[in-house]
Design a protein around this ligand. Sequence first.
Ligand SMILES: [Ca+2]
Ligand SMILES: [Ca+2]
Ligand SMILES: [Ca+2]
Ligand SMILES: [Ca+2]
Length: 476
Amino acid sequence: MRSTRLLFGAILSVSVVSALVIGTPAASLGATRSSRTSTPQNVDVSQRHGNESETTVAINPTNPQNVVIVSNVQHPLSGMFEGVSFDGGTTWATKLIGHGDNLGDACCDPSLSFDNYGNLFLTYLFNRENTIPVALSTDGGISFGLIAKINGIPKRQVSRSGHDDRGLFQFTDQGTITAAEGEVWVVVNVGGPMGAFGAPVHGLGQVGSFDTREVIEGTNNCTYGDVAIGPEGQVMNVCTLTESGQGGGKLFVNVDPDGLGPAPFGKRVFVADTHVGGFDFIPPQPDRSVDAEPGLAWDRTGGAHAGRAYLVYTLEQKNESDNTDIYVQHSDDDGATWTDPVRVNDDHTTNSQFLPKIALDQTSGDIAVTWYDSRLDLGNGGPGDTDGVPNDDAQYWGAFSTDGGSSFTPNLQISAGTSNSADANNGIDYGDYTGLAFFEGIARPAWADNSNSTGTNPDGRLNELDIYTAAVPVRG
Ligand SMILES: [Ca+2]
Ligand SMILES: [Ca+2]
Ligand SMILES: [Ca+2]
Ligand SMILES: [Ca+2]
């Protein structure tokens, strides 16, 4: 969530919602499973009144039938929505977490990551504290315990990287957590620069302390970050250098070459100028705006493109044209140099594509990219237009790359219906990001949707949002 300083002030009242442990078996996938080329079966995970948005999803590599989704709920309600599936996303047990329970009072901004031991890590923001919570589940998301509340960067480690003298955080925003290769890392904007926090992992439930705490060099006012872990335990951060406004939006990466080892993050590397500011208003996201929402993936497969790092982001063609598109670049030298961008969306319109996610299947090296897409909203009615206004409705789309990011498949419409974020009256439209996981050939996106294409949204069509998901088989 961007600009949480303002939102913190607005959500100080204690909400009175309780008893929100609701078992909601979602619609069955049934016998008419979609073919490879048609829209996949959509499942309404949340099926709750009010808005759920800004979501994260993870697949358990030790049991790929175990899928977990967490999202924001609508302010001023504290807590986060959680859905847990043990049947590959067909049915979901759902509840509210972080609502005055052992996870505290959660504001928002959830980020999930499973590691190869089956540890499920969750970070988020508290309502009132500028500390960074890390929660761990060892039972596939059924229960979480808080394992860290990171409250600052010790001076000795600040001076090790030598670029900042802050101790305690004055502000935290949009954390991302990623676990792999025996380590877990959180990156967060800590009130100016990006902070990176790492802990060792030795097995299921065996997580060390977040003693590695660094300010990432050259990232002052660089935010909306993402973090990826490489095959040798290297760690890459990306962030977008822009605090506000609709222009600017330059993407930089920094790499820590030895992860939890003594070397700090290296110098920043400029990758792209996106024309997407920190708050870039586009018709399908009119209240909240979007940022470039850069995302990283790193190939640890040992396969054909081993060690390749990928970066996805939104680029606005002409500044303030609202013609945003989704691009991917890759690097074979740990982020030092990057290829030319490859455009992922294949439409011929000038409409908006936004809020992309990238995920790499570590069993194959294939890549999935998903995003909101307004290509079918020409304002002339039909299934892509809810209101006769062009480029203000959106669907959720995706594509795959099976050649290491050199090219992408024809795009696939993933959402069965068409949503309109303004109709949700959510304050943050669809939120600041969507979710995507990818494992053993199945991409698993999660997105906020008010199409009611499944007929299961208790608020009906074009009202408050539910979290939708689908299982999308890889296409070559
Ligand atoms: Ca712009
Ligand atoms: Ca476009
Ligand atoms: Ca429209
Ligand atoms: Ca809802």
